[in-house]
Design a protein around this ligand. Structure first.
Ligand SMILES: *Cc1c(COP(=O)(O)O)cnc(C)c1O
Length: 411
């Protein structure tokens, strides 16, 4: 198999999805599921606004801006207009995980509170901030395996609600993320092996405890639906900005992919709302191209990058994943336009260019999407419409570490 060989050789590729149908009716999920998730987030908005003052401005809604990048477009010599979706600056946890991760914990909290007769859908959820609820939630546990940003989201919201929360992390997760989590009251357990091992152990320990809810990055439909709300929000947002998306002016979206949950859910949301007027591409490091490998071979989560001799170690720590989510990979077969890979040595330059030209800082993983603009213009895959780079993380990075990143000093 051609792609398998290219990926094994760590070559930058563009894999165009030949199995694309854009047939949403084939899927088990619909627009109704997205709307249900959005309603749930609305129910929680009064609670969120009360406990996170930063959400005052958006009335308890966790959302990010879309910004035009004229200077970076010029710098990169692009033909088409370039925009960025700043999930890197989402409130509460400063990454795309503030969508799915927080959503899943809120859903769990709602379910148990309703089941115990403490809450009904019509209530003002502000009452969840009371000591009575904190006490109630403290009887339950939340656990998650994470490369970093998912752990941050789950840890912060779980601790805020009052849950007992444990984050199982691979040791390649950044130190400041572990420190921050511990400072919020989460328990952090580190694993010297990789991310898959951290998830495996977390899942095993949680499965032995009936009071524990495990947030399963590889299989969670709740995470997926939380992320999918982004598609609807983006639809409303572009409309509000006066950006017309149609056949003549399609939306081309580039999202960094790890296990696939975040970019997969967002893609489902985007395709549901924009239909074929949107094209979505994932970008992964050449050292950990799990989604490209699973799709190109048709093996989905039955193949790992280790099977082709890669160790999955990359500077893009948020994307250091060896095996994609089977749930997501199978859905993407129908609705994802393609996958690209990027070598690690380009991440810092893209991150720095965005910072120098536009004064926006995002983490190296999150800068991967920028690579898609020139690549897809040059190979004529994208010839019209607008580029939308999905920035997935960076706002929580401490300033000292930020400076080191910008000087290219971190590994
Ligand atoms: C988690 C993450 C991604 C990708 O999300 P997956 O659900 O793992 O595919 C991309 N960028 C950053 C910064 C992330 O933290």
């Amino acid at each position: 198999m051609e792609y398998k060989k290219l990926l094994a050789n760590e070559v930058e590729i563009f894999y165009k999805n030949e199995k694309l149908t854009n047939n949403l009716s084939k899927l088990d999920y619909t627009k109704e599921d997205i709307l249900e998730a959005e309603s749930r987030l609305k129910r929680f908005s009064s609670y969120l606004k009360k406990v996170f003052p930063e959400l005052e401005e958006t009335n308890g809604i966790i959302e990010s801006k879309v910004v035009k990048l004229d200077k970076l477009k010029e710098h990169l010599n692009l033909n088409l207009p370039m925009y960025i979706k700043l999930d890197s600056h989402l409130p509460i946890s400063g990454s795309v995980k503030a969508r799915g991760g927080i959503y899943e914990v809120l859903k769990f909290a709602e379910e148990i509170a309703i089941k115990e007769g403490m809450l009904s859908l019509e209530d003002d959820y502000e009452k969840l901030a009371s000591p009575e609820f904190k006490e109630f939630f403290s009887k339950y546990k939340i656990a998650v395996g994470s490369t970093g940003n998912l752990g941050l989201s789950i840890g912060i919201i779980s601790a805020k609600l009052g849950f007992h929360v444990t984050v199982h992390m691979s040791s390649d997760a950044r130190q400041w993320k572990k420190d921050l989590l511990r400072s919020k009251g989460a328990i952090v357990i580190e694993y010297p092996d990789d991310y898959e091992k951290a998830v495996f152990e977390g899942r095993r320990i949680a499965s032995e405890d009936p009071m524990c809810h495990f947030v399963d990055d590889e299989n969670s439909l709740d995470l997926f639906m939380g992320y999918s709300v982004a598609g609807k929000r983006l639809f409303d947002q572009l409309k509000e900005m006066g950006i017309v998306i149609d056949d003549d002016n399609p939306l081309n979206v580039y999202i960094p992919c790890g296990v696939g949950g975040a970019p997969g859910g967002i893609t489902f949301g985007i395709k549901t709302y924009f239909g074929e007027n949107a094209k979505v591409y994932f970008i992964e490091p050449t050292k950990a191209p799990c989604m490209a490998l699973g799709l190109a071979t048709g093996l989905h989560n039955d193949i790992s990058v280790k099977d082709i001799g890669l160790d999955g170690q990359t500077l893009a720590d948020g994307l250091a994943v060896g095996r994609s989510s089977g749930l997501v990979s199978k859905i993407m077969e129908d609705i994802l336009d393609g996958c690209l890979t990027i070598s690690d040595d380009k991440l810092y330059p893209y991150m720095k260019a965005l910072h120098d030209e536009e004064n926006i800082f995002i983490e190296p993983s999150a800068a991967a999407g920028i690579h898609c603009c020139s690549t897809l213009e040059n190979n004529k895959e994208v010839t019209k419409g607008i580029h939308l780079v999905w920035a997935t993380g960076g706002n929580m990075v401490p300033s000292e570490e930020k400076n080191q990143y910008l000087q290219g000093k971190l590994d």
